[in-house]
Design a protein around this ligand. Sequence first.
Ligand SMILES: [Zn+2]
Length: 1022
Amino acid sequence: MYHQPVLKNRRTLLERAEKFISDIYFTDCNLRGRLYGDSCSLESIASFLSPKRITFSEASQQIFVPYKVGDTFGPTWWTCWFKVTLKIPETWRGKEVHLRWESDGEGMVWRDEQPVQGLTKEGEKTSYILSDCLKDDEPHSLSLYVEVACNGLFGAGQEIFIGAPDPNKKFSVQKAELVVFNRDVQELLTDFEMLIDIVKELGEGEQRGYQALFTVNEMVNLCDPSDPTTFSKARSLAHSFFSQRNGESQHTAHAMGHCHIDSAWLWPYEETIRKCGRSWVTVIRLMEKNPDFVFTCSQAQQFQWVKSWYPGLFLEIQQYVKKGQFIPVGGTWVEMDGNLPSGESMVRQFLEGQRFFNQEFGIYCKEFWLPDTFGYSAQLPQIMQGSGISNFLTQKLSWNLVNTFPHNTFFWEGLDGSKVLTHFPPGNSYEMKGKVEDLVKTVKNNKDKGRVNHSAVLFGFGDGGGGPTQLMLDRLHRVQDTDGLPRVQTSSPDTLFSQLQADSALLCTWTGELFLELHNGTYTTQAQIKCGNRQCETLLHDTEIVSSLAMSQNRTFQYPVERLQKLWRLLLLNQFHDVIPGSCIELVVEDALRYYEDIRSDGAALLQDALKVLGSKGDNAGVFNSLPWERHEVIQVQDGAGKPGLALVNVPSIGLSLVKDTSPVAPVSVTVQGDGTVVMENGILKAVVNTDGTLASLCLINANRETISDGCNGNQFVIFDDVPLYWDAWDVMDYHLQTRKPVLEVVQPVHVVSSDPLRGRVSFTLRISDKSIITQEIVMDAMCPYIKFNTEVKWAESHKFLKVEFPVRVHSPNATYEIQFGHLQRPTHRNTSWDWARFEVWGHKWADLSEHNFGVALLNDCKYGYSVHKNTMTLSLLRAPKAPDANADMGTHHVTYAIMPHAGSFQEASVIQCAYNLNFPLRSIQCASDTQPWSAFSVSAAAVILETIKQAEDRNRALVVRLYESHGSHVTATLRTTLPVREAWHCDLLERPDPTRPAHITSEGIALNFSPFQIVSLLLIL
Ligand SMILES: [Zn+2]
């Protein structure tokens, strides 16, 4: 059936076909030039410009002025509303009619007061279909609104897309008209495109590629663009090619529509709400036309936004969820950062997310979905399993700069041994386009060939939203079973994971964290956000505990369920994977800091309300301890005249007592020596502080051990050049380590601020540069096993990285870092590429370097970036990237860190407890004068930490308590309580009690067994 035997070479045939569908070349005579038929202009366009994002009903009340295509509007972040009236010509009967709209910015079409279609050039959506086949009884005249946001899919970056936004961008509409759309041309173009791509992707080594080449060449021969009657012959040739089927062993690509929408990134939270609206309404339009189309959609917060802002759209989404086409995934409130949120925050991500999905859609997600964050905590598998989830999808480790992760489908085993089935789509993307390239990559890149024959293909514009297009669906539809390409099956995460589970016998297991070898600056960038996160986690922890105790002690106290949920949701929102990592624009930082302020002020008010009830409204100074161990600490108090003073107090675990000053076993002494150095001593530690604030010596007195390495100084500030390759706010590169410079210029040498038997304080000031300065107070408290460094940095650098170092007399191949509900080890050497790729790592409240019987811990109250190389422990303090926030981290910062040498292991030395103490200050409470020391809860084993006490969801007079094993040991512990607990049940992290597992209450308390790093939740009925 072919024309003449083809003599020409591969290149000319291929390029001939490419030019036949080119949108640049030969459009006067090629097929692409025939895509649109007649056109006609709109009856009228008028516009109204708003600096704010307003609702449709507000916008439609405004006065609109005539708009001419090409006129500019703006600036960035404003919104231009267009009112469009149109009249479809009678002669277009039987034709497919589109409103063709090409403009800058992101658009949304409104019709009959409802959002109906998103429009973005970047997302390849420039048509709103008015009619598939115009009939007489369809409306020919109508008016629509188009809401155009003055920002692109990726915000409004200057020069590069991650550049700080240009606030003065101008926008315009380039095309606004009615056109006849030739669907038959589009279908044929798609045939051509797929065949051409098969030729290119299969390359010269595959004979199947040549079959595609000769097919496509013959199609050009057969097809006369000016004569639509010739199209069918070309189409049937393509169809025969696509219908040549695979053998049974072929790989299956599970195609799922997706639209990754960053909850805030290069645009503010408020714009994300509209991105969700635009993207998801477009998905619903596609579902109407394509009943097989399946779309996966994560982040409960975004659903909540759509429910509030687009209630009509939300109802449609609920219907398509029921049909199984619109599939909520992930189970979390937002797609959070995988490293920095605390253990309890991670639990709350799932608790808020899963409960929302259950309330709104009657489902619990079965898979965790986090394709785009910068590493994954080793505690996640246990938290997933506890939240009803045993499958996990991501792909970000494909971004590793140094090592190639060895699997695409595997079991991931967490810190406690929990396993989840994990899949990285081998196409290494969550925003594929349904192209041949995506399918070929999916098969070629699969690192588990022979073990796994199923993979996910997630298609749809993403990051800034957009989502799938009809063209992507059409592409995938053609090659469902085409020899040479994987089988393509419209699928759901559940189908994919069930298939993977069924064939999992040969799968490998990866144990421990999934560390991303890139973006390691995100542990430090935007210090105020990190600080807000840590402090608000602490505040909500305390507020929940005090409120729970107040409720259990006083029946009239109302646990503030709604207000606490609102604050938790704000905190969880800021844990989104471009907010807490600090990789967002300045507008987002402002929003995030405002949310932290809301949490701080509302949380503090709730805490005070509850403390008042708990203290029975007395007026004697008392102290409340929210941690599950007795504390003996120096606190600030006021005497009767309001004069500040100090007291050494003793407070029971999770309880309170009156302030009763006790004398220290050894008072603190601070002595200035002849050379200006200062000796500080408290009977546990003896420190020698140099005039420049560094530590010449730090001695653990009882063990007679020097902490600081010979010839070195501790507390040494160091500054590095910090110029990454591209991702400014994200990346710190290994080569920055070669630019280390100690901060040496002393502005004010060390001097004594106060010397009290309970607390000694010395201070000094250093200059980093003519723009930046450090002032630090070194604090030694009586009875305290660590020295605190209260640090203020005035920071105005550009592309610099500030850290503080402690070279210590410890030799060990591994350092230990606190993570969520536990800790893990990472190497201190650089033996292999896997070791040296971890030159900058994350941890939470502490890191420790120990050898047998001695070690040193570095504690902090708001930092996450660490490195321990050989015997030098380093805490990362501040960075100064310029994109996407040109002012990132400029200003004044406060951080407290502490150094704690110890005998024995860090477990035996209570490093974990000390780090909690540093982060959770004792709270003052007003008590009655006869108040006796009272403890609500205590735990018999030091290894077990009672982390959370809260009111149970949906239940009054019931508490949920969460404990975890923190030492990495099998242990039995008794949870003792003075609260009137009637029943106790084991429950999961979603607080669903396990009817088979009552917890036995004896006169001693509740006996519990723990395996290493196990999290245990109990439902206590009062
Ligand atoms: Zn993202």
